[in-house]
Design a protein around this ligand. Structure first.
Ligand code: HEM
Length: 127
């Protein structure tokens, strides 16, 4: 077998991202802080956007940008107040999802470091 060329392939491609993001949204659906932020009653489309974004970011297909254009994630999060409480709630949910996947190192650490950094950078409020 040839070596994986990127993290997307190394951790198992789309099925792995599908499980992680699916698990994340199960947590979001019952989180009192996060759930009210999501404008749509059906979390399915939001789940798909996040999954496609992460797949693209880690070297998978570019479907996210084909459908949504440039990510501009800070701009897209501007309508939602994201302070330390929202950030920590988000990190709690994604942490559960990543941990349950039992990814191999160094991929687990790489993915986690990115998610933590990205969550901090998405903040747009001090409270
Ligand atoms: C969209 C909340 C962090 C990636 C959204 C939406 C909300 C939200 C409410 C709108 C749902 C929708 O798509 O309709 C939050 C909160 C965060 C956070 C509270 C806490 C820090 C992040 C991070 C990433 C991310 C760290 C990336 C690593 C996305 C993507 C979308 C999205 C890709 C869809 C953008 C699009 O419209 O194409 N987020 N988010 N989010 N979020 Fe976050």
């Amino acid at each position: 077998m040839s070596e994986p060329v990127n993290l997307y392939e190394a951790i198992g491609g789309e099925p792995t991202f599908r499980r992680i993001v699916g698990r994340f949204y199960e947590e979001v659906a019952r989180d009192e802080i996060l759930r009210p932020l999501y404008p749509e009653e059906d979390l399915g489309p939001a789940e798909e956007r996040f999954r496609l974004f992460l797949m693209q970011y880690w070297g998978g297909p570019h479907t996210y940008s084909d459908q949504r254009g440039h990510p501009r994630l800070r701009m897209r999060h501007a309508p939602f107040k994201i302070g330390p409480i929202e950030r920590d709630a988000w990190l709690r949910c994604i942490r559960i999802a990543v941990d349950e996947e039992n990814l191999e190192e160094p991929y687990r650490q790489q993915l986690w470091a990115y998610l933590e950094m990205a969550a901090h950078s998405m903040m747009n409020s001090f409270v």
